[in-house]
Each structure stands twice: as C-alpha cells, then as structure tokens.
Design a protein around this ligand. Structure first.
Ligand SMILES: *Cc1c(COP(=O)(O)O)cnc(C)c1O
Length: 397
C-alpha cells in the first residue's frame, strides 16, 4: 500500500462522490509543480482549473495570508473591512467598474450578477423584465440559479425544475442572439472565451456587436470572467483586449491566487439597486481572502505576469501546432493567452490519464478538447517538458 492509496481508500468511504477524481493525492505545490503523498512530482498544466495563475503557493500571497492570519481572520460585513475596501478600490481603478460585491466563489458571483440584473431592470423598465440570455455550451456554476443560466443540459439534468427566465443561444452567432431578445429580456450573460464548453473563442467583433445590440435594446451585458479573468488571456481581464466593456463582471477562481473568493464588479447606476439588505454573504470579502487577493493583484499588475502569459501562450500554441502537423487526429488548436484547447477527433480521456501517470496534469472538456491552463508564470523549459510528455503519449496512439 502506498500512502496515496490509503488516502484514496478513505476518500471512497466518506467523501461525496461528486467528482470523478484521478488517483492523485495532492500534498504540496510550488510554482508549476505539484507533489503527491508519495513524493512524486507533477508538472501542473491544469493549475487548479485556472485558479493557480501565479503558480502554487505564490510567496507574496502566502506572506499576506500569514500576516493577516495573525491580525484578524473574520469580521462581519456589518462592519468595515480595510482589506476589502482596498481590494474594491484596486478592482475599480483597473476596470470599468465603480462598485464591487464580494462573495466566495464563481457561482455566487454569478448569482449576485443575475439578482442585480433582474432587480435593476425591473426598477428601470417594469415588472416583466427578468429574462437573461446566455450561450449554449456556457458554464456559470453549480447552484440552482447558475445551472439554470448554464447552457448545457447535462448540468441541469435531474435537478429540475430549474429557475425560469433563462434562454440559450449559440455562442458567437449574433443573429441567434438578436432573434432571442424579447420585451422580457433584461440581460445577456457571456464568457468572453468559453472555458468548460471547450475553450471556444468567439469570432472577431462578436463581443463588440453584442455590446451594441445590448445598448440598442437597453439590456445589461454581463461578462463571466471567473475563468478567463485575472490575467489568464494575457490582459488583466479578457474583455479589455477587445475594448468592449460589460455592465457587470464576475470574478473568482484566480482572484486571490489560490484561496477562495468571488467578486461582482458593476457600474454605480446599476449598483444602486443593491441597497442595504438586498443581498449579502457571511464570508464575502473577509479580511483573510481580501488580503490574499490584494497580494495576488499586486503580482498580476507589477511582476510581469501578463507579459509572460502572452509570450508563453504564443510559445505553447506554436509547440502544440507542431503536434497538430504530425498527428491527424488533432483537428484544432485554439485559445487566448494561456487558456489553450487542443481539439481531437477522438476521445481525450485516456490521454489525460496517461499524462498524469507520466507526470503531466491537464484535463479534457466536452469529451474531446484537451485544455491547457498552466500557471501564467510557466517557463519555456516547462512547456517543452510538457509537450515532450504529450508527444510521447500521442506517438503511441
Ligand atoms: C468555474 C467557473 C464558474 C463557477 O465557479 P465556482 O467557484 O466553482 O462556483 C463559473 N463560471 C465560469 C466561467 C467558470 O469557469
């Protein structure tokens, strides 16, 4: 028995089986490496599913957590919290936003955005204005509200009835969106690049055209940047590279460099509908997580992380394109910055399993798209190492 297999036996008894977990027991991480309970090292190109953008245990974030832990762990949102105030200031200084609501996860950030969009729209346009249009193949979370917003049947299946007032249209198709708008529509909610849906990049100009359509019909535009925000695509937030601004933006995953936090950023006029008592979260924006997020944002803004993301994203794409030249079952390489998908004409599950055995962590979305979301601090050498492992597996197929 290895130490790992003993843990896995215990997990099988009492931990909820909501995940199809791989046989890896994670105990330590540093930079782009993760170690299991038996001391085996892995090159981590999944990075906690785009959470560990600064690598594992980024020193500034760890130091901020340690320092804050000695001072104050939790304080009710009945009172003011300096770290939360500073984080709101920093997010507004670097986005279209004027106000930030803090929570603890991506789903919660999206719940806040949906609730606020409904309340604001009703107040502005009347009782019947509540419907949110989202995209097919989108992913917005696992709460009852966010599975209702998610344009994938498999996420909602078995949990019906879902929340009414959502409609799904093909991602990247403007005409479908135009046709879906009715007098009941209050908002359009999109991921600037779809993550879980298979790393889908919209056609050039799509987000701008959606913005114009929203303006034309007085609809709110919500960008779910939970996965592609915080540097992942090479700009601080994904929409900024296209110069298209939403009315609400949701963040979570990498915002605190590892620890859990969520945020919903919006404009002043809209934020006015979230008055005292309308929404809340016990832990949202607590001193510990806000301190971690301040340190993580400092790294993103000042440590050359975005430049490295763009350079290494280009390099990883070019190395994967070489593989595409050599293997006929690779049909597409796509992405932006360091969220890259490799579409296959075959199932990708076995490749992911074999890669793990050989020390490389990646995953597979929608059955046949291998997803690469390494830390944004990844080096050329680490990319070469990952591509070599992958090449070895593909050669044997
Ligand atoms: C991960 C993800 C979510 C859900 O975030 P949780 O923290 O798991 O609730 C929502 N939207 C997108 C785009 C995501 O990638």
């Amino acid at each position: 028995m290895t130490i790992s297999s003993e843990w896995i036996e215990r997990a099988d008894k009492h931990v909820a089986k909501t995940y199809g977990r791989y046989p890896l027991v994670a105990v330590r991480g540093e930079g782009c490496r993760l170690w299991d309970a038996d001391g085996k090292a892995y090159l981590d190109f999944l990075a906690g599913v785009a959470v560990n953008n600064l690598g594992h245990c980024p020193p500034k974030v760890v130091a901020a957590l340690k320092e804050q832990a000695d001072k104050l762990l939790h304080c009710s949102n009945f009172y003011h919290i300096p770290q939360q105030i500073e984080l709101a200031e920093l997010l507004c200084a670097n986005t279209f936003g004027d106000r930030v609501f803090f929570c603890n996860s991506g789903a919660e950030a999206n719940e806040a955005a949906i609730k606020l969009a409904r309340k604001y729209s009703r107040e502005q346009h009347g009782e019947n204005r509540f419907e949110v249009i989202t995209a097919l193949a989108s992913f917005h979370g696992r709460t009852i509200g966010t599975i209702s917003a998610t344009g994938q049947d498999k996420v909602r299946s078995g949990f019906e009835p879902v929340v009414p007032g959502f409609k799904y249209v093909a991602f990247g198709e403007l005409q479908a969106l135009r046709e879906a708008i009715t007098p009941q529509t209050c908002a359009v909610m999109l991921e600037p690049v779809q993550g879980e849906g298979g790393v889908n990049v919209p056609p050039p100009g799509y987000l701008q055209a959606v913005r114009e359509l929203c303006d034309e019909h007085d609809l709110l535009l919500i960008f779910d940047e939970v996965q592609v925000g915080c540097g992942r695509t090479g700009s601080l937030f994904a929409h900024q590279a296209e110069g298209v601004e939403p009315d609400l933006m949701t963040l979570a995953k990498a915002l605190a460099g590892g620890p859990p936090i969520g945020a919903m950023v919006t404009r002043e006029k809209i934020a006015e509908s979230f008055g005292p008592g309308t929404h809340g979260s016990t832990f949202g924006g607590n001193p510990l997580m806000a301190a971690a997020a301040l340190a993580a944002m400092d790294c993103l803004l000042n440590d050359g992380v975005l430049d490295n993301c763009l350079a290494m994203g280009e390099y990883l794409c070019s190395r994967l394109a070489e593989l595409k030249e050599r293997y006929g079952f690779i049909t597409d390489i796509r992405g932006r910055g360091l969220i890259i998908g490799m579409e296959l004409s075959i199932e990708g599950g076995e490749i992911v399993k074999t890669a793990l055995e050989r020390g490389l962590l990646i995953n597979c979305t929608v059955g046949k798209v291998l997803r690469f979301v390494p830390p944004l601090i990844v080096t050329k050498e680490e990319i070469d190492e990952a591509v070599e492992i992958l090449d070895g597996i593909l050669t044997e197929m």
